[in-house]
Design a protein around this ligand. Structure first.
Ligand SMILES: [Zn+2]
Length: 253
């Protein structure tokens, strides 16, 4: 079975190399390791060297860290390492954080996101976008950018924005939240399989199993998507893997 976990924070896993071995055993053919700041982006690049052809790295700064980095420094770092990455991500906006209420903080997030979109354009890399509570702005700033593609990861925004995301030609990724979150279930139901990736966002906590996730759990996502769409798990795995290979220009599993 072809199966790719398209969004993992390897740095957050207690035993990343063990988790990768378990993912291989579970039939996961590859993982996209996103970066959340400069340190974890470096970690993703290093993990890709340790696991060639299996871990595919991203460079990004998560909006949660928008106040902890210098925008110029982040952009320079991403620019200098872009040739080693398959994606610029995780990047984006998140207006749900308590610290993100003031308009100048949101402006700072948008400046960081825009700066990293510049890097993606300059190096012709796709982007992995975080858009919680900022769905419209995240799309607005991306739209018209000359990037080869984008995935709105763990999208659970309103369906009218989802339709704009799909109309613009971008992908959406499903997570294990498709098991319990009504908003995310609605998004999965509405998104054609041909435009969907699957992920775990490891180590995000699996509330229905009361434990942290790891990449082998992408099978839970596949099963939830298959149930919501009334198709076989095999089809979800194959089509989402093909989509990930296309978006991130990965070698076929
Ligand atoms: Zn993430």
């Amino acid at each position: 079975m072809r199966l790719i976990d398209s969004h993992v924070h390897l740095d957050g896993l207690r035993d990343a190399d063990g988790a990768i071995a378990r993912a291989r055993d579970a039939g996961v053919g590859g993982v996209v390791a996103v970066g959340g700041n400069l340190e974890t982006s470096s970690g993703a690049l290093d993990a890709a060297i340790r696991h060639p052809g299996y871990v595919f790295p991203g460079i990004g700064v998560h909006p949660a860290d928008a106040l902890k980095v210098d925008v110029g420094e982040a952009v320079a770092f991403a620019d200098s390492h872009a040739s080693e990455a398959v994606v610029i991500g995780e990047i984006g906006l998140d207006y749900a954080y308590g610290f993100a209420k003031p308009s100048d903080v949101r402006e700072r997030m948008r400046a960081l996101y825009s700066g990293l979109l510049d890097v993606a354009e300059a190096h012709s890399l796709p982007v992995s976008v975080h858009s919680r509570s900022a769905y419209g702005d995240a799309l607005k700033l991306l739209r018209g950018r000359d990037v080869p593609g984008a995935v709105f990861h763990w999208f659970d925004g309103p369906l009218h924005v989802l339709r704009e995301v799909l109309d613009a030609g971008y992908y959406v990724s499903a997570t294990p939240a498709a098991i319990y979150s009504r908003g995310h279930m609605a998004v999965v139901s509405e998104t054609p399989l041909e435009r969907m990736l699957v992920e775990t966002d490891s180590p995000v906590y699996l509330r229905h199993e009361a434990r942290d996730s790891e990449p082998s759990d992408v099978r839970l996502t596949v099963r939830a998507v298959a149930e919501l769409k009334g198709v076989e798990t095999e089809e979800v795995a194959q089509v989402s893997a093909r989509n990930a290979e296309h978006l991130f220009r990965l070698p076929p599993v």
